[in-house]
Design a protein around this ligand. Structure first.
Ligand SMILES: CC(C)(COP(=O)(O)OP(=O)(O)OC[C@H]1O[C@@H](n2cnc3c(N)ncnc32)[C@H](O)[C@@H]1OP(=O)(O)O)[C@@H](O)C(=O)NCCC(=O)NCCS
Length: 263
């Protein structure tokens, strides 16, 4: 059973434990504009991507999410944020580059004004956050992405909880396909995350790398922000998931303290 521990602030001496995953929740809209210092943290590829957003709000959120991602990774790696070497796997999953790709794993998700960064020193992981909202075509979407058992579990939720149940199921599947790196290439109807579990931790019943195989993930529902559903696909061996609110100042204060995750 994976323990979930949520704290209101990052301890000054925080290090990523060898059996832990850490999840940072980032508020993306605290200011009217992203500061030049945030943009300066991004690499050329990230800046080029930021420049392609047509809507200033989306551009600001992208810059804020990537600056936060870099600060979190920098803290775990004891590097300056702008020096964190980001790469991308052949399947499109972002990763650390070079040797670091086998020492620390991360995943990023954003929805509306919230982003989430998840880290593990054990192995690949996936995270997803979604604003809970009413989809006009929810039934049709459900038929495309959920198995019959997953749909039945959503329909059993009371009407006031149904949108939440829909996005809880959605984020579980999305976290999983982000852990494997398959993304939209995954066949969502062949993937089933245990819809009947009464605990926040669920097994992957069907799907590549399901919990019964050697490489396995457990899926955890996380309550990170009001009005948002979130899930983490944590690698086998994870004993605890630590959740923290992201604050740039907490990370900056130790950015060059020389500590790397305690592996
Ligand atoms: C990238 C993908 C895996 C997730 O997209 P999303 O939910 O729209 O967006 P999220 O905010 O959760 O994740 C985006 C981040 O995932 C990361 N990412 C990109 N490709 C990835 C991959 N193959 N595997 C894991 N993570 C990936 C990136 O960091 C990206 O952020 P960035 O663009 O700022 O760099 C996308 O391929 C996908 O599956 N979209 C979902 C559509 C859908 O119908 N889902 C049904 C759910 S049941």
């Amino acid at each position: 059973m994976i323990a979930v521990q949520c704290s209101t602030a990052l301890p000054a001496d925080w290090q990523l434990g060898t059996e832990a995953a850490a999840v940072f929740t980032i508020e993306l809209d605290p200011d009217a504009a992203s500061s030049p210092s945030e943009r300066d943290l991004l690499d050329a590829g990230e800046r080029a991507r930021a420049a392609r957003f047509r809507f200033p709000l989306l551009q600001r959120r992208y810059i804020a999410a990537h600056a936060a991602l870099r600060r979190v990774l920098a803290r775990a790696l004891a590097l300056a944020p702008e020096r964190v070497p980001l790469g991308v796997r052949a399947d499109g999953k972002p990763t650390l580059a070079g040797e670091l790709a086998r020492a620390l794993w991360f995943n990023l998700s954003h929805s509306a004004g919230v982003a989430v960064v998840a880290l593990s020193a054990i192995g690949e992981l996936g995270v997803d956050v979604e604003e809970i909202r009413r989809l006009p075509d929810a039934d049709e979407v459900a038929r495309r992405v959920f198995t019959a058992a997953e749909r039945a579990a959503i329909e059993r939720a009371s009407p006031t909880r149904r949108d939440r149940a829909f996005f809880a199921a959605w984020t579980r599947k999305e976290a999983y396909i982000k852990a494997t790196g398959e993304g939209l290439r995954a066949s969502l109807l062949d993937l089933e995350i245990d819809p009947e579990s009464s605990s926040a931790e669920r097994a992957v019943l069907h799907g590549r790398g399901a919990s019964t195989s050697e490489v396995g993930w457990r899926i955890l529902d996380l309550e990170l922000a009001p009005g948002f559903a979130a899930a983490l696909a944590a690698p086998r061996g994870t004993a605890v998931v630590e959740c923290y609110p992201y604050a740039a100042a907490d990370l900056r204060s130790r950015a060059d303290a020389g500590a790397w995750c305690s592996r």
